[in-house]
Design a protein around this ligand. Structure first.
Ligand SMILES: Nc1ncnc2c1ncn2[C@@H]1O[C@H](COP(=O)(O)OP(=O)(O)OP(=O)(O)O)[C@@H](O)[C@H]1O
Ligand SMILES: [Mg+2]
Length: 410
């Protein structure tokens, strides 16, 4: 394995700070730099050198192959269980996962890399790692590397490093392109498909604030417009089966663009057959009788909700009125973060338009915020249902395209 360092990688390795921070875009070469940092210079007899990642599994996946490659044909002992390499002078290089940070206590360290620091449990460095660096002579050093994820502790370390008063700390920031391992056209493609905030975080290595409006790319103009039902196209129904309220969004797809043309909203004690009746009142006489139905996962074991029968009610009632019905429902609801990113990306790229009739949906897109635990804030009981319905439809229609076209390299 041959490692010819690119200029920007060299700058990080040449850092003289005791604590060095590298915030960089995806595929910059962060993990590789991390390993080279550990092996840089002499490894002192009996010294300990750790490459620490968020979990044991992930760390093994990221770095074990690479580490073994770096020591190929050298007189070292490799231990596949410990993920360690022991040199003839008893210096040990080891991969470690921070699954349970407290289990890591009880050792000293000469040098450590905290890879993917944004995903390592907060406090791991201060409470567990830092004391281990204090008992060696000279005191141990650390490199923190990662692509940012929101505004957590990684941002704090990065800011320390940029403050000239903190003599021990030094920060570096590079974009994916500045790494030199991902071609410009691949980055341009990612920019086209990702929402701007995610693109900036992942490819420019910036710290983005994910608070506030979740569907942050939504703007009344240009994303709302009077949309008429197109009689030649099939209809999509996407449903959120909450009972108070129940919301369905009615959509059509035109030239790869998604138009949300209407909304059925039942505020209190909603029953699925009432929503079906409302749908038939509005669309019972359309000429194109093909209807696709999607929505909430049919059977969500975690919350013991089961909507199987609701989908059957819809299917049978519509078929009775001469519709052809295709029900396409996911087994599990998709991850919230991923589905919101796809909605935001469609909005940015002018592929999602919403009729002003969809009042609940527009309120959701304007108002829904994060609960800071990876979900939507549900304090207002009226909110989140219509945007959930939209998410499910968008996920069904565009997630494959999104993943295929963008993050090939992950
Ligand atoms: N010095 C180098 N010499 C040769 N190849 C390199 C070097 N540095 C990085 N690479 C290659 O670039 C790619 C990305 O490297 P690496 O996995 O270190 O990046 P990363 O920033 O940690 O990526 P991720 O964001 O996925 O964690 C890998 O295929 C790696 O082999
Ligand atoms: Mg990496």
């Amino acid at each position: 394995m041959h490692f010819e360092l690119k200029t920007n990688q060299k700058k990080v390795l040449q850092s003289t700070s005791r604590f060095t921070i590298l915030s960089a875009g995806r595929r910059f070469g962060k993990s590789t730099i991390g390993l080279l940092y550990l092996l840089n210079g002499d490894l002192i007899p009996g010294g300990r050198y750790w490459f620490l990642g968020p979990t044991y599994r992930q760390t093994r996946l990221i770095a074990w192959h690479l580490l073994k490659g770096m020591f190929r044909n050298q007189p070292v002992k490799m231990n596949e269980t410990n993920l360690s390499v022991t040199l003839p002078n008893e210096a040990e290089v080891r991969l470690v996962g921070a699954d349970r940070p407290d289990n890591l206590r009880g050792s000293f360290l000469n040098r450590v890399v905290l890879d993917e620091i944004a995903y390592i449990k907060p406090g791991t460095f201060e409470e567990v790692i830092f004391p281990m660096l204090g008992t060696t002579k000279p005191p141990g050093r650390a490199l923190f590397t990662g692509t940012p994820n929101g505004m957590g502790p990684f941002k704090k370390y990065f800011d320390y490093g940029n403050d000239p008063n903190n003599k021990d700390w030094g920060s570096f920031h590079f974009t994916t392109l500045e790494g030199g391992y991902v071609p410009a056209d691949e980055v341009a493609r990612a920019k086209e498909y990702l929402d701007p905030r995610t693109f900036s975080q992942e490819y420019l290595g910036t710290f983005e604030n994910y608070g506030g409006q979740l569907y942050y790319t939504f703007k009344q103009t240009p994303h709302t417009a009077d949309l008429k039902h197109n009689p030649n196209l099939p209809i999509w129904i996407t449903a959120d089966f909450n009972k108070e309220p129940m919301v369905w969004e009615i959509a059509q797809i035109h030239d790869k663009r998604l138009n949300i043309i209407d909304e059925i909203y039942i505020r209190y004690s909603a029953k699925t057959h009432i929503a079906v009746a409302e749908f038939l009142k509005r669309y019972g006489n359309v000429t194109n009788k093909l209807v696709y139905v999607t929505g909430d996962a049919s059977n969500n074991y975690e919350s013991h909700r089961d909507y199987t029968t609701d989908y059957i009610i819809i299917r049978d009632a519509l078929m009775e009125k001469g519709f052809r019905v295709v029900v396409q429902v996911p087994k599990r609801n998709p991850n919230i973060n991923n589905r919101i990113n796809i909605v935001c990306s469609l909005l940015t790229n002018g592929r999602l338009t919403i009729s002003p009739k969809c009042k609940q949906l527009i309120d959701d897109l304007n108002q829904v915020e994060s609960d800071n635990k990876g979900g939507k804030n549900k304090e207002d009981p009226a909110r989140t249902h219509s945007s959930d319905a939209l998410d499910y439809l968008v996920w069904r229609l565009f997630s494959r395209e999104f993943f295929k076209q963008t993050i090939k390299q992950i």
